[in-house]
Design a protein around this ligand. Sequence first.
Ligand code: HEM
Ligand SMILES: *[C@@H]1O[C@H](CO)[C@@H](O)[C@H](O)[C@H]1NC(C)=O
Ligand SMILES: CC(=O)N[C@H]1CO[C@H](CO)[C@@H](O)[C@@H]1O
Length: 592
Amino acid sequence: MAIPPGFVYIGHRLPQLLAGPLTAYFLIVLLGREISTTLTITSVLLSGPLLFTILLTYDDIKNYIAACSSGAQLPPHIRDYSLGGIWTIYKDIQAEKSGYIADGIEETVEYCGGYVFNVRLLFQNRMITLEPEHLKTILASGFEKFEKGLEFREVFNSLLGSGVFAADGDLWKFHRSMTRPFFTKDRISDFDNFEHHAEDAICQLKLRLREGYPVDIQDMAARFTLDSATEFLFGNDVRSLASRIPYPASSARASPFLSDSEESIELDPAARFAKAFSEAQTVSLSRARLGLHWPLAEFWTDRIVAPMRVVHDMIDPIVAEAIERKHANAEKKAGHEGNTLLEELVNSTEDPILLRDEIMSLLVAGRDTTASTLTFVVYMLSEYPEVLRRLREEVLSKVGPNKRPTYDDIREMKYLRAVINETLRLYPVVPFNVRMSKQATTWPPVKPGGKPFYIPANTRVAYSVMAMQRRKDLWGPDALEFDPDRFLDNRLQKYLTRNPFIFLPFNAGPRICLGQQFAYNEASFFLIRFLQNFSSITLAMDAQPPESHAPKHWASEEGRKGKEKVKRQAHLTIYMQGGLWVRMDEADESKS
Ligand code: HEM
Ligand SMILES: *[C@@H]1O[C@H](CO)[C@@H](O)[C@H](O)[C@H]1NC(C)=O
Ligand SMILES: CC(=O)N[C@H]1CO[C@H](CO)[C@@H](O)[C@@H]1O
């Protein structure tokens, strides 16, 4: 039996929790016996909160003095007078259930007079910034002053272990150098993998559409990227495209992949794996909200254990087999170069846990990200038929109606890349991110002649590329419009070229996404094949579960919110609530 997480949490904090009451008690004993029992109990009880408040105030004063003496300022607090920021946490949870991600940011910006603020949650400062200059400091020029940090590792440890995604310092360098060789140009331009999975996916879509039902693009994209990623990582894919795709929940044939019908999920290992993998990510994200305090929400049972068991059951045998194969090959010839990432990794270590962690990191980093990008691109194509028309025109003129796209084709397709970029600008896959400051530092001033911002050591720092990439002052008055041409016409020079840090869907600096080129290739390849086969896309709102419809009152709102048809949610990555259901027409080959 594992020790319940809540016990471990309290065990670690016991000395801290008892410090106040014990001090108070001994002081009273030392002072003599004139004090009544009620007073003793009250002072012992109050001593904890009192000590805590004193320490907190001391910290605030210390930071204030440190900021002033270096000619800097502290980021302003947001408006929230509730104890421990409970109000903000409550609003955050409500917003996730029913709201629009990053709603209410304008209000905060207005109140704080800028895009930098301190959201103090559970008595801990979180410095939030939406300033490109600050992101440059965090991710690139001041890289060594920030890390993912203990909190990130504690929260994501069960999911990611020590892999490249969660590690810091020398361990991160080790992991990064171990995985990096696998992302060279010739590795990532091998399209055989994408080809047969895309073919499978399109074939399934066609069959279902011919039956007269709409299809869920998000589910399809998740299968395509899971199969491609597992093949890329360990040579044999998990074949999630082989099992039946879902019917709309409203149809008589419904037996959805991710929600009900536990029975079919039990029978289908790929579906079980995919479900467990999403569940583990969802648990990790709910932990991220509470940070180090996550065990309070899972006091008696660790909710990630069950889904992770399913995930490990799938990966462990694959890892074991790779190690065995290496030994078998070693007898035949030395210095065998691996074909898959796992074979490559086995050459640097045979530690099965380390190998599994690395694989998990890469699966988490590489799977839902590209799936989400594809889903949101298709969402935009369904909403902007003119963009769809131009994109198909580019596909047909550059690649033709049948040919398999090559690396060079993809490189030359400017409009396709602009469509992907514009989607990643408005709907960046990783909408929020966090870092921890290792030492006290400053962020540059925002206004000319203004003061820099002081960031104390060991402070949580959060940023939202989504909110930043929607700022009108950075992207122009039409920032909330979906318009791929902004990456091609004079707006490119006017905004992005002058200030590259306003567009960071893949982050920047030494920890920039390792899979960026892989992802552009994978997404481009799929979209080209997809558009060779389908000529029109319309949302099937009748198949979309009712709770996923954008609420009626959104329609009167300005900006993107007013245009949204389907609600979004986020765990590590953003996704469409309830899938993205569409109807499509097959391309008429004789015409094209
Ligand atoms: C459109 C798709 C993708 C997007 C938007 C994306 C975005 C990101 C972002 C924002 C990070 C930084 C996370 C952080 O440091 O906090 C990241 C890291 C990473 N990504 Fe991607 N990613 C995508 C696809 C992929 C793919 C397909 C792979 C691999 C096959 C991949 C592998 C990685 C790895 C290994 C890291 C960790 C790098 C490190 O910490 O040194 N990504 N990605
Ligand atoms: C899309 O964004 C990437 C990454 O910032 C950039 O390298 C590329 O030039 C952009 N392409 C287009 C056509 O916008
Ligand atoms: C599944 C399917 O029909 N795929 C087709 C998509 O389009 C290409 C080009 O026309 C065909 O080669 C595929 O067979």
